[in-house]
Ligand binder design. Structure first.
Ligand code: AKG
Length: 337
């Protein structure tokens, strides 16, 4: 007599149950635990029937092999997290003064560790010169500049940055800088860099490359972040190593290591759905957060892929470099072309 292998029980698929079962299977959860977790959606027999159906589908089984690979990679990242937490103070960002570039490269850049380095730009005229009156006089009150404007009206203002690009006379930015009131409404960001390069040319000689760290790179010789007290750059990561030099004012910085990717609620490739408040409340289930403050003359190294959230505590002027004297080409490993 011919025998047939048992056929999976036929079920009329409820897409919500199918999705709930499939995501748990892909995370490596045992079917009995899936049945317990999903008891609100159906009996253990019904949930088992969904499990059998998924595991007999070659498309699902193919996708599961990718899920297995990803779980292995998450384990590698989890090992980094645990090892990092064995430090005495895993929540603080290292500080160094006048660090030689090759020591910085070996200790921080190649190890992908964040750091604040002071004393590298003490000779920049910008440190003593930049304020709203000086900039207005050098750039011109009527000169048109590009800024992100209307940020306070849009919840996801960084994701909506293309829509919020606005052309304003420099005097409008200067007035916002002079205001005592904290505001996140107007901010000249790195994203406005190419549009503003010509208008800001008169202040470009107020700063220069950081010897040994960054190099002269035509078309990539710095980006400005200029805004009033109260600007907020929400959690995101960049696809390059960044060197954010604070010229004037203080900024509070929260950083999350790149090995926290799985906990980051990533949205739109580089943004996160976490607010600062929620991430600080999340405790050990959430990503681990580091905190520091930068002030005039500090250079903050933000390793590629590290999440950061930055609040200006004062009227603030920063210069961002990505043109290190060593390679900084990581983008095409994620976004080819
Ligand atoms: O200073 C800020 O507001 C944001 C800076 C930033 O995101 C960066 O340098 O990557």
């Amino acid at each position: 007599m011919q025998t047939h292998p048992p056929q999976p029980r036929r079920v009329q698929l409820d897409p919500n149950i199918a999705k709930a079962v499939a995501t748990r299977l892909a995370r490596g959860m045992h079917p009995s635990l899936i049945a317990t977790q999903l008891s609100g959606l159906g009996t253990p027999d019904l949930i088992q029937a969904y499990v059998d159906k998924a595991l007999s589908d070659p498309f699902f089984v193919g996708a599961m092999s990718i899920a297995d690979d990803l779980r292995k990679r998450d384990w590698v990242l989890e090992c980094q997290r645990r090892a990092w937490n064995q430090q005495d103070d895993p929540r603080s960002v290292a500080r160094r003064d006048k660090l030689a570039a090759d020591t910085f490269k070996a200790e921080f850049a190649c190890n992908q560790r964040p750091a604040v380095i002071s004393g590298l730009v003490d000779d920049w005229p910008a440190l003593s010169l930049w304020n709203p009156d000086y900039l207005e006089q050098k750039i011109g009150a009527d000169t048109l500049v590009e800024a992100q404007k209307g940020r306070s009206r849009v919840a996801n203002y960084e994701r909506a940055k293309e829509r919020l690009r606005s052309t304003i006379p420099f005097s409008e930015l200067a007035a916002a800088l002079r205001s005592e009131e904290a505001s996140n409404d107007i901010y000249v960001t790195a994203n406005n860099g190419s549009a503003n390069r010509q208008a800001f040319d008169p202040i470009w000689s107020d700063f220069h490359e950081v010897e040994g760290y960054t190099r002269d790179a035509p078309g990539n010789d710095g980006f400005l972040w200029i805004g009033p007290k109260g600007t907020v750059t929400p959690f995101h990561h960049d696809l390059t190593n960044n060197f954010l030099i604070q010229v004037k004012g203080r900024k509070r910085v929260h950083m999350i290591p790149n090995w926290e990717e799985a906990r980051m609620r990533t949205r739109g490739k580089i943004f996160s759905d976490w607010s600062l408040e929620d991430v600080l409340k999340a405790g050990p289930k959430g990503p681990q957060v580091m905190e520091t403050e930068i002030g005039p003359g500090d250079a903050l190294f933000i390793p590629v892929g590290w999440w950061h959230h930055i609040v200006a505590l004062d009227e603030s002027y920063s210069v961002l470099f990505t043109n290190f004297t060593w390679p900084n080409n990581f983008t095409n490993a994620y976004l080819p072309g």
